[in-house]
Each structure stands twice: as C-alpha cells, then as structure tokens.
Design a binder for this molecule. Structure first.
Ligand code: PLP
Length: 389
C-alpha cells in the first residue's frame, strides 16, 4: 500500500507549536533563546549554518519559520521593524524603476516611499487602488513593484489582492502586500497571488506592545537568498530577544484575534447607530463598500476600525480626555485597546494635501480593539462620546 502523505497541520497548530520541544541540548519544551552574537566555526574552513547573528541566528530562524509557515511562504526574513521590512523589499529596486503604491497607505510607508524617491532610488506612482481605471493607467508604463495594503490604515479600505496581482503580473511587476492589519490568521496574500507579504510584527503577531519588529515572507524560494543577503548587507535583521518574544506572542495569535474581532464587531455596530458619529469604517459592517470583498478574501474582519466624529477637533479632544479604558496612543494590534488620531499622530508626516487626497479627515479616529471585557469597552466609548456634545 502506498504510504499516505503526512497531514498538513492547521495554522492554529503551527502558531502554537513552532519550535516547541525542539531543544536537543536539554529537552526544553519552550525553545531557548540564543543571544550569542557569534558562533564557533568548529573547524578551519568550515561553513556552519550560524556564524554571526546579523547574518543568521537560531532564535530568529525559528520565528522566520513560524511566520513563513503561517503565511504559506517558502521562507521569511525577520527585520528590526515593519518599516525595515518594507524597505527590504524596496531595496531590490534600481534607479529608474517604479513602485505603484496606494495613495492611502500607512503614513510611515508613504514617508519612506517619498524619501527614497527624493534621493533618486526609484520612482513612485501613488494611486487609488480601488479605482480599476486609475490602476490600469498606472500600470501602462513599466513597473517593478506594486505595493498593496489591505485593509488600509486608517480608512479600512479593502483591496482586491487577486485582481491587482493579476494586473501587476501583466505589467511585469512583482506584488507585495502589507498584511499587518489582519495577520496570517485572517488573510494569506501569497495564496491570492502576491510575491511578498510584509508585516509589522510589532502589531498582531507579537501582540503585546513590547517589541518593534517586522518580517518579509517570500512566495518563491528564489527570493529567499537575495532578500536575506540584502538584510545582512544593510544590517536590518531582528534581534534574538525580540524574536523570542514575538514567537511567544504568535502562540496566542488565533485566540487573541478571534476575541478581539468579536469585540470590534460589537463596537462597530454600536458606533454606527450613535448620533455623535458621522461614519464608521469597519469591513464587517454590511454597509461597508468592501464588505463582500473582505468576506471573500479574508477569514475574518479583524479588530481594527475607524470612525468620524461630528463636532471637529474640539469634540476629538473632549472624547480623548474622557476615555478611561482605551488609551490615546499610536500602534495597534496589542492586547490593550487604543485610540489614535491619524491626522496628528500616525499620518501627520504625510502632510495635509496627501491626507486630503487619501480621504483622511481631521475628524477621523482609529481604534485598535484589545482583550478587555467588551462591556467595558462599549461603556467607555459611550461615556466619551457623551462628552463630545
Ligand atoms: N505597516 C502598517 C500597516 C503599519 O500600521 C505600520 C505601523 O504602524 C507599519 C507598517 C510599520 O511598522 P513598524 O512601526 O513596526 O516599523
């Protein structure tokens, strides 16, 4: 009888069990952290797997394998931040080549693209990727890379990864998707045609707001060597301690995100019917323009949302001052609930004109829903909204 193939493990199992009970030295269940910056060659002329931790480190490799496994990739490079991960992909471009990027992306990504363009490293076309004609027009000229961010930060716009990847491929461009807002628990862009997935592991993957980190996952084995070599050349690889914490965070990724998105859904429904709120952006709402698309390409709607407050900047100030459970802070994806004001915080560096074009209004607030009791979160928002009037 032919031998049956081993059954592939469910992603929840991959998240929990990556590296568990793999320690050959002591049989430790939790894999030990290897902090050493350098490793013994053993013999003259040998080329051991680990030589120097900028190049490769056992704890970082374990994290890379876990993230690659969750995304269904051939491999991953773990970087020192999400921006370093984006820059690692951008670092493959040459002067004269072009990136087609969303006009409404994370402010730091926008700033990075503009800064590298200003130095002549490559050209950039910012486009509304929700407008198929604008996207087709942007891809009529040769492009090397199409960058996608879905759902977008902070407006939660959902982009069709499969369709955009198809257009990009016809134009000869590679495709990178920033999957930070959903994590591989809810979206796997490589399965939808992307070449690269970018993560700020600072967010859901680590999940505890105590690490700044990033990762690039490659669909094709051929991309592992050049990106790995570039990460080593530029020295953007992540630290072992951060890798250890992030791997520990990943073990609870599914449990966290399932609970967090349930509270986010309840909050979105609550905000949608509140008289002090002008608009709510959450793909889980049937009223959201990307609802059907999100349903088809995501495994859940996630725990991020944004909303627009009536009453201008004054109302924002009153709302923020009255919050007791939510904290006014940047970042997202941690166990604690946060509110951010993109115009003055995460997207301040984008500038007024670029924010206007992207539709990021001064009345917009971004919410990262954490693990506190749903009733406390709803009561906190209710109290703060009552103070805006
Ligand atoms: N991508 C997205 C969608 C983000 O929201 C962020 C940070 O907020 C980044 C990338 C950058 O990540 P990091 O802050 O880890 O550099």
């Amino acid at each position: 009888m032919p031998k049956s193939l081993p059954r592939p493990k469910a992603p929840q199992t991959v998240a929990v069990s990556s590296g568990i009970a793999s320690d050959a030295a002591f049989g430790a269940i939790t894999p030990p952290i290897v902090l050493s910056s350098n490793f013994a060659f053993g013999e003259f002329g040998a080329s051991p797997r680990y030589e120097y931790s900028r190049t490769a480190n056992p704890t970082r490799s374990m994290l890379a394998d876990a993230i690659a496994g969750l995304e269904g990739g051939a491999g991953a490079i773990v970087t020192s931040s999400g921006m370093a991960a984006t820059d690692l992909v951008l670092g493959q471009l040459r002067p004269g080549e072009r990136v087609v990027a969303p006009h409404d992306c994370y402010g730091g990504t926008y700033r990075l693209l503009e800064a590298r363009r200003a130095k002549g490293h490559f050209d950039v076309t910012f486009v509304d990727q929700g407008d198929p004609d604008a996207l087709k027009a942007a891809l009529e000229k040769p492009a090397a890379l199409v960058l996608i961010e879905t759902p977008s930060n902070p407006l939660m716009r959902v982009r069709d990864i499969r369709a955009i990847a198809g257009l990009a491929r016809t134009a000869g461009a590679r495709v990178a998707v920033d999957n930070t807002f959903l994590s591989p628990a809810l979206q796997q862009p490589l399965r939808l045609g992307a070449d690269f997935v970018i993560h700020s592991t600072t967010k859901y993957l680590n999940g505890h707001s105590d690490v700044v980190g990033g990762a690039v996952v490659m669909a094709d084995e051929k991309d592992i060597e050049p990106l790995g070599a570039w990460a080593n050349i530029t020295g953007v690889t992540g630290a072992p301690f951060d890798s250890y914490l992030t791997l520990r965070g990943i073990r609870t990724l599914f449990a966290r995100i399932e609970r967090q998105q349930a509270s986010a859904a309840a909050i979105a429904v609550f905000l949608e019917s509140h008289p002090a709120v002008r608009a709510v952006h959450y793909p889980g709402l049937a009223s959201h323009p990307g609802h059907a698309l999100a349903r088809s390409q995501q495994a859940g709607f996630g725990a991020m949302l944004s909303f627009e407050l009536k009453g201008g900047t004054e109302a924002i100030g009153r709302f923020a001052r009255h919050l007791q459970v939510f904290t006014l802070a940047e970042s997202l994806g941690g166990i604690e609930s946060l509110v951010a004001h993109p115009a003055t915080m995460t997207h301040a560096g984008m500038g007024v004109e670029a924010r206007r074009k992207a539709g990021i209004d001064d009345s917009l607030l971004r919410v990262s829903v954490g693990l506190e009791a749903e009733a406390d979160l709803l009561a906190d928002l209710d109290g703060a909204l009552a103070a805006t009037g």
